[in-house]
Design a protein around this ligand. Structure first.
Ligand SMILES: Cc1cc2nc3c(=O)[nH]c(=O)nc-3n(C[C@H](O)[C@H](O)[C@H](O)COP(=O)(O)O)c2cc1C
Length: 312
């Protein structure tokens, strides 16, 4: 089974990816949080630092591009190609209001004529330059039935992989994914499919497999893999239990690496707090400690609470 690590802007940057990959590994592809090219600047220095191959050794990374302009997509892809990449991903799923208002991410989905023209351009470039282009999409913007047309549109292009997150824009990341639309894609997509959405446990994966009548493969994991970093190993049959020694190493390494590049304390602690909102499900019965931890303002305070949580 192939497992892809979903892009999570603000979380799965190169520091997290490297540490995760060293401690856990067994991820077939990592997807970078989106690059948002503009006319004058295809890739900003900060974006470049995140995806430069020197900062991503020993892993297969796919950079992701968020734009509704084919010229910007192609310029950014060319820079990525010059850095050594031969696969990029197009973001057609971001539900953020500001992104969608500019016609990007999920905001591009209802503009089907413009989308077709955009895909004509980028796949012509991809074919001529040997760049593989995958797509990460939602079902639609206003309603999930938009997906029927979108599948037809994507079928007209050599989409390297079509990653489907079966929600619409207004679903954000809440509620149950509309899995029945993925079942539709399984029947009607000519392009290779990747399932993404709400896999937190082995049981979630089994339920999907019985619903689809086939085990989805590859799958892309996001919040489930942040929440339980051993989820990929569990799904691949390499681990049965969460290994808390490995978890502690992950925690400590991320914490120390952030301390090297950020200050004051509170900025590092903001980053750690975001992670703990996912990690808390691993620590049943430690709700009070975690509540305090989420309010810690100084390292000393935070360290004492983490030690008490992790000494379980
Ligand atoms: C904080 C956060 C940041 C995200 N950033 C990105 C992003 O940069 N690009 C993208 O395609 N999806 C992004 N996503 C969506 C995830 O990649 C994924 O599709 C979503 O979380 C559903 O999968 P999951 O249920 O396995 O988490 C983000 C989601 C979250 C919660």
């Amino acid at each position: 089974m192939k497992i892809y690590f979903a892009p999570l802007e603000g979380i799965t940057g190169y520091i997290f990816r490297n540490i995760y990959n060293d401690i856990y590994g067994h991820i077939d592809k990592y997807f970078g949080p989106f690059i948002s090219p503009s006319e004058n600047c295809p890739i900003t220095p900060k974006e470049r630092r995140d995806i430069t191959p020197e900062n991503n050794k020993g892993m297969y990374l796919v950079p992701q591009i968020l734009t509704c302009r084919s010229d910007c997509f192609i310029e950014a892809s060319k820079e990525l190609q010059a850095m050594g990449y031969s696969e990029v991903n197009l973001n057609l799923g971001c539900p953020s209001g500001t992104v969608c208002a500019k016609g990007k991410g999920a905001g591009f989905l209802p503009e089907t004529l413009a989308l077709q023209k955009f895909l004509d351009d980028i796949y012509a470039y991809g074919e001529s330059e040997g760049m593989k282009i995958s797509i990460k999409t939602r079902l639609g913007y206003y309603n999930p039935e938009e997906f029927y047309d979108l599948v037809d549109i994507f079928n007209a292009f050599p989409v390297y992989e079509l990653i489907v997150h079966p929600r619409i824009k207004s679903d954000l990341y809440k509620g149950e994914p509309r899995r029945e639309f993925y079942a539709y894609a399984l029947e009607h997509s000519k392009n290779p499919l990747v399932y993404n959405g709400n896999i937190y446990t082995g049981k979630d994966y089994e339920d999907l497999s019985s619903m689809f009548g086939v085990s989805p493969d590859p799958i892309m994991l996001g919040r489930g893999l942040i929440s339980d970093p051993s989820l990929a190993d569990k799904l691949k049959g390499l681990e049965t239990e969460t290994d808390f020694k490995k978890f502690k190493l992950l925690h400590d390494s991320i914490y120390h690496e952030y301390q090297k590049i950020m200050s004051p304390d509170i900025n590092v602690l903001y980053k750690m707090r975001e992670l703990w909102t996912y990690w808390r499900i691993l620590f049943d019965g430690k709700d009070r400690d975690i509540k305090h931890l989420l309010k810690a303002k100084k390292y000393a305070e935070y360290d004492a609470i983490v030690n008490s949580i992790l000494s379980k």
